[in-house]
Ligand binder design. Structure first.
Ligand SMILES: CC(=O)N[C@H]1[C@@H](OP(=O)(O)OP(=O)(O)OC[C@H]2O[C@@H](n3ccc(=O)[nH]c3=O)[C@H](O)[C@@H]2O)O[C@H](CO)[C@@H](O)[C@@H]1O
Ligand SMILES: C=C(OP(=O)(O)O)C(=O)O
Length: 433
């Protein structure tokens, strides 16, 4: 287990170039399995989830050349082989499930390992995925260590309407449809920026996709996909995180941001905590005017609230970042996680800092911010942005704090601690148990 030692209380200041979004990089890596032509990706991040997928590719015989210093990856699935009885896919990461379509399309067989839940955010169903694979013609067998999927011949185009707008289920549908034998449509499709980026990559390979960014996707299957080059966009999770770190420490952080059009709701959410976000000339910065203070609603007798749900709502993975601001800002805020039923149970860790947060039910938490806080030793659940939120609170408090089990940060954010130290923070990794 890796822990973080944080010597907090220093206002962070400086400029940051964000890296690529893990949730764009991983499905795109999985999508490369659909083509036997060479693919070059620029901006690939050195994170543990990427390393796990590349390891699978190497084990299957694909050619993989990665230079993390430049972020250039050359991948070529030419001599790739897969045996569902012998080969295993990565666990403890959700994206493992997006290797299925490429394997089914090429080898007629794939696996879903027992643990593809990723962060421990609550129930993370696999049924919507299995249903998609079945609609494309897969037969599903339960084995003692996971599911084995088999298809006979080409994937069967179909029309589908999912229960809810799921990011990875949408991506799996598109991956299957890209090489299916006709036109497929998906209603209730997810439209997150990373889903759109993923569709743009597949189009670059020659996939015929219409409607990206909306709730209806139409995909015309093609016989084969080609190769090509693709450069990843900046990760909105990183942009928000560094802006929030500037705000919570009372500093001045500027983050490169070429997609400010994705930010209006995010900016309004920051404003609820008294933080102004300014986008100018390709950069964004957070501005605070004295201590953080929650903006009072005009409606009588309600709490200020932040609601997270599938895009275009506030992205759910950003919720912990705003909870950290809620613990710091004077006033009360209700946080409503409309997606996960197990993502908010870390109020006890906030209370170790002296913070006051109350779990109202599995989906809602109320923060009573502005209380005096003190340095503490806390433990993160296996949730990337909760580890970061605890680090944010610690960075805002003078003294030495410890974030135990901060390892999940390495799943998504390359050089994260180095980047914050570059802004003046005193933080270091230590190995512990
Ligand atoms: C690798 C990847 O891209 N992971 C992201 C992806 O996971 P992932 O694609 O697994 O998330 P889903 O969108 O499928 O949602 C996860 C779970 O939330 C529940 N659910 C979701 C939506 C809804 O309207 N109703 C509902 O009940 C379901 O139990 C579902 O299993 O999207 C999540 C939601 O943005 C993010 O937190 C994850 O970081
Ligand atoms: C929850 C996340 O990832 P995963 O779905 O892989 O657990 C995340 O990126 O915040």
């Amino acid at each position: 287990m890796s822990n973080l030692i944080v010597h907090g209380g220093t206002p962070l200041a400086g400029r940051i170039i964000p890296s690529a979004n893990k949730n764009a990089v991983l499905p795109i890596l999985c999508a490369t399995l659909l083509t036997a032509e060479p693919v070059r990706l620029r901006g690939v991040t050195e994170i543990t989830d990427v390393k796990k997928i590349l390891e699978v590719f190497r084990n299957l015989g694909s050619s993989v050349e990665i230079d993390y210093a430049t972020g250039v990856l050359d991948v070529h699935h030419r001599a790739t082989c897969f045996d569902a009885a012998k080969d295993r896919l990565p666990e403890e990461m959700r994206s493992s499930i997006m290797l299925v379509p490429g394997l089914m399309a090429r080898f007629g067989a794939a696996r879903i390992e027992d643990d593809v839940t990723g962060c421990t955010l609550g129930v993370r169903e696999i049924d919507p995925h299995v249903e998609v694979f079945q609609r494309f013609g897969a037969a599903v067998e339960r084995h003692s260590d996971g599911l084995v999927l088999k298809v006979d011949g080409q994937l069967q185009a179909n029309d589908h309407w999912t229960d809810y707008a799921s990011v990875t289920t949408t991506e799996n549908f598109v991956l299957c449809a890209a090489l299916a034998n006709g036109r497929s449509t998906l209603m209730n499709a997810a439209s997150e920026p990373h889903v759109q980026e993923f569709c743009a990559f597949l189009q670059m390979l020659g996939a015929k996709i219409e409607g990206q960014g909306t709730s209806k996707l139409t995909i015309h299957g093609v016989e084969r996909l080609g190769g090509g080059e693709f450069t990843f966009a900046e990760d909105f999770h990183e942009i928000v995180t560094f802006l929030a770190l500037g705000a919570i420490t009372g500093g001045q952080v500027e983050v490169r941001n070429s997609v400010p059009e994705q930010f209006p709701l995010i900016d309004r959410t920051f404003a609820k905590f008294g933080v102004q976000i300014i986008h100018e000339n390709g950069w964004s910065r957070s501005v605070t005017h004295g201590p953080l203070k929650v903006k009072e609603p005009f409606t009588r007798n309600i709490l200020q609230k932040v609601e997270a749900a599938p895009w275009p709502y506030l992205p759910v993975d950003l919720l912990p970042i705003f909870v950290a601001l809620g613990v710091r800002a004077e006033g009360s805020v209700m946080f409503w996680n409309k997606i996960y039923d197990g993502a908010m149970g870390w109020t006890s860790e906030l209370s170790k800092f002296g913070g006051h947060a109350f779990l109202s039910d599995p989906h809602r938490m109320v923060t009573f911010g502005g209380k005096p806080l003190h340095a503490a030793e806390v433990e993160s659940p296996y949730i990337i942005r909760v580890a970061i939120a605890l680090l944010m609170v610690a960075a805002s408090i003078p003294g030495r704090s410890v974030i135990r089990n901060a390892t999940p940060i390495r799943r998504a954010h390359p050089r994260f601690v180095e980047n914050i130290c570059g802004l003046g923070a005193r933080i270091e990794w230590v190995e512990g148990d």
